[in-house]
Ligand binder design. Structure first.
Ligand SMILES: Nc1ncnc2c1ncn2[C@@H]1O[C@H](COP(=O)(O)OP(=O)(O)OP(=O)(O)O)[C@@H](O)[C@H]1O
Ligand SMILES: N[C@@H](CCO)C(=O)O
Length: 321
């Protein structure tokens, strides 16, 4: 469960006096998520989400994340909107953590997404990429090649505890990706974590995107490879080409991928599988037993990485001719 930091009712009431948010009626911690502490607040006005930013979020990055949500919302992307305090600031402090109030988004995330949902996610990602144009703040991707190497340095010594031989395999993968990572592809603001639990639906209709706390400037096609990884594999590890086709068609109905982006997809998908493998591995090795958070399985992403290594061209992801 992702409530790393407890808050007291008195502190919360005091925190809310800085906002025009009404009077607190109730609040509760939200079990889902692994990164930050989230609470659902009911007040005499509208429901709100309170987020306390935890270890993987740099305070200096918060203006980028919160400003991006404002930028995207103003351009028609359905995403949470940060509520300014009475003094105009978007950030406050609660229980010694940077904290923000953001609007509550209606909808639920899908436990069993189908191809039609993948199509909608593809479209929404492309719309986000276009809406992100013109956002002036910049944030390099802290979880690209250099960040992967740092994470790997912290985990390598214990990697073989997770699976024998892992250490040599991952070192080889990082070397390969360092040598083959594409450079000259269209870049912009990417979400970088658009997993099923970050996309809300009302019925079959996509109602919004949340959790922009990994958003950054990077290759747009890298974001496409992330959604292929996150949405198009089945529980048994098989790639579902019907979902892949729908997702790529959905994306390209809004923003067609150029030939360079298409050719790079297998390498980009290896990179994004490695990224989630490495953060999960690090958490797996460092989260104490009994912590109130559900650890995610790094091996799921190792299997995906091995799949992408066998992919010869983007056609295997379900690209229609
Ligand atoms: N704006 C919002 N409106 C409604 N519910 C929200 C909103 N933001 C967060 N939530 C709820 O809180 C949960 C966790 O939020 P979020 O995904 O941002 O957390 P996280 O710790 O950053 O998670 P992740 O593991 O995806 O990085 C969501 O699954 C959702 O139930
Ligand atoms: N979406 C990520 C968690 C946030 O980094 C994962 O499933 O590993």
């Amino acid at each position: 469960m992702a409530v790393y930091t407890d808050i007291s009712e008195d502190d919360l009431k005091w925190f809310l006096t800085e906002y025009d948010a009404g009077t607190l009626l109730s609040y509760k911690g939200i079990a889902e998520g692994v990164e930050n502490s989230n609470f659902l607040l009911h007040t005499t006005k509208k429901p709100l989400i309170l987020t306390l930013y935890e270890k993987r979020v740099e305070k200096a990055d918060l203006p980028f994340f919160l400003g991006l949500m404002q930028h995207l919302a103003a351009r028609g992307v359905s995403c949470p909107l940060p509520m300014p305090r009475k003094d105009g600031a978007l950030l406050g402090t609660l229980s010694d953590r940077p904290a923000a109030l953001i609007s509550f988004l209606e909808g639920m995330w899908l436990r069993k997404p189908e191809a039609k949902h993948c199509r909608e996610v593809g479209k929404a990602l492309a719309q986000m990429h276009i809406a992100g144009e013109g956002f002036e703040l910049k944030r390099p991707n802290a979880l690209s090649l250099d960040g992967w190497k740092l994470l790997w340095d912290k985990s390598e010594a214990r990697a073989d505890e997770v699976e024998k031989g892992l250490s040599a395999e991952i070192r080889g993968e990082i070397d390969f990706l360092s040598a083959h990572w594409p450079k000259d592809l269209p870049a912009g603001v990417i979400h970088a974590d658009l997993f099923p639990d970050n996309v809300f639906f009302l019925g079959d209709e996509l109602s919004g995107l949340i959790d922009f706390y990994f958003a950054c400037n990077d290759l747009l096609a890298y974001d496409v490879s992330i959604i292929l990884n996150a949405w198009c594999f089945e529980k048994d590890g098989a790639y579902n080409i019907t979902k892949g086709t729908a997702m790529l068609e959905g994306y390209q109905s809004v923003r067609p991928l150029n030939s360079g982006e298409l050719a790079a997809l297998p390498v980009l998908a290896r990179g994004s599988a490695l990224r989630f493998f490495l953060t999960r591995l690090y958490d797996w090795l460092t989260t104490p037993e009994g912590a109130m958070v559900t650890k995610k399985d790094p091996l799921e992403y190792l299997r995906k990485l091995r799949f992408h290594r066998q992919v010869a061209s983007a056609a295997e992801y379900g690209l229609s001719a």
